[in-house]
Write a protein that binds this ligand. Sequence first.
Ligand SMILES: [Zn+2]
Ligand SMILES: [Zn+2]
Length: 300
Amino acid sequence: MRCRICGGKPIIYMPHHRLALCKEDFIRWFENYTQKTIKEFRMFSKEDRILVAVSGGKDSLALWLVLRKLGYEADGFYLHLGIGEYSERSKEKVLNFAHRVGAQVHIVDLKEEAAGIPELKEVSSRETCSLCGLVKRYYFNKVAKDKGYNVVATGHNLDDEASSLLANVINWNMKYLGRKYPVLKEEEGFVRKVKPFCRFTEKETALYSLLMGIDFIEEECPFSEDASSIFFKEILNSIEERSPGTKMRFYLDYLRKVYPIFKKEEKRDLKRCKICGEPSPSEICPVCRLKERSLSLKGS
Ligand SMILES: [Zn+2]
Ligand SMILES: [Zn+2]
């Protein structure tokens, strides 16, 4: 096998694209393909102000780097989740990276806002990962608005998207399926949300990060160890092994054929939270309720 562009020694073969590339051509392809995804899904333009939600992991840092290389106005946002050493180490990675690329990064410490994820878990009936997702979505949106960004970009890759799609199909979670798209337009109280890496596999983002010398946090969040997301990723990987290209087809065919149907069903009736003013399904939003409960726990 040879690199399709230059005929040199390939570093990766991507069966779903039937494409083998050498190191230099892979880097170029990866950045061009990101641009292609941004354009095809009409995610944003050079006029938009983009806030990249960075965790310190490979995907979000790579996304930040690529967007800046492509000439977009992209700053970082790090939410300190208060998960012990793991959070400290990931924050270090984010700060070092921001320094390296000369970019601005906004930091919010959840412990100063309310309490860390482990403490909030004590006052919530949600699973830890679902609680964490709720808190992240809330602050990504709120901080973007407060700081004057109109787009929030996250580093979700194809493996993330296809596995959560599978999990939600298995459970016929209609609400979720109607909102599962790599670009969610801005609406009352919400900024636009985009996932420019949604067509890259985890292997591809990992290789790009490695080749670009990105210093990212390799360990998984300690709470994610037996998370169902990992289970569904493994299932998809074994299907992929037997039938290469399935993962990509599963996700892209969903976007093309199924999402438009579910989207029509999806209607949200949101009020404004009485305390913080953010969009909320109830009078007081779930995050403000968590804050109240964690404060009363601290007080007791
Ligand atoms: Zn080449
Ligand atoms: Zn609220």
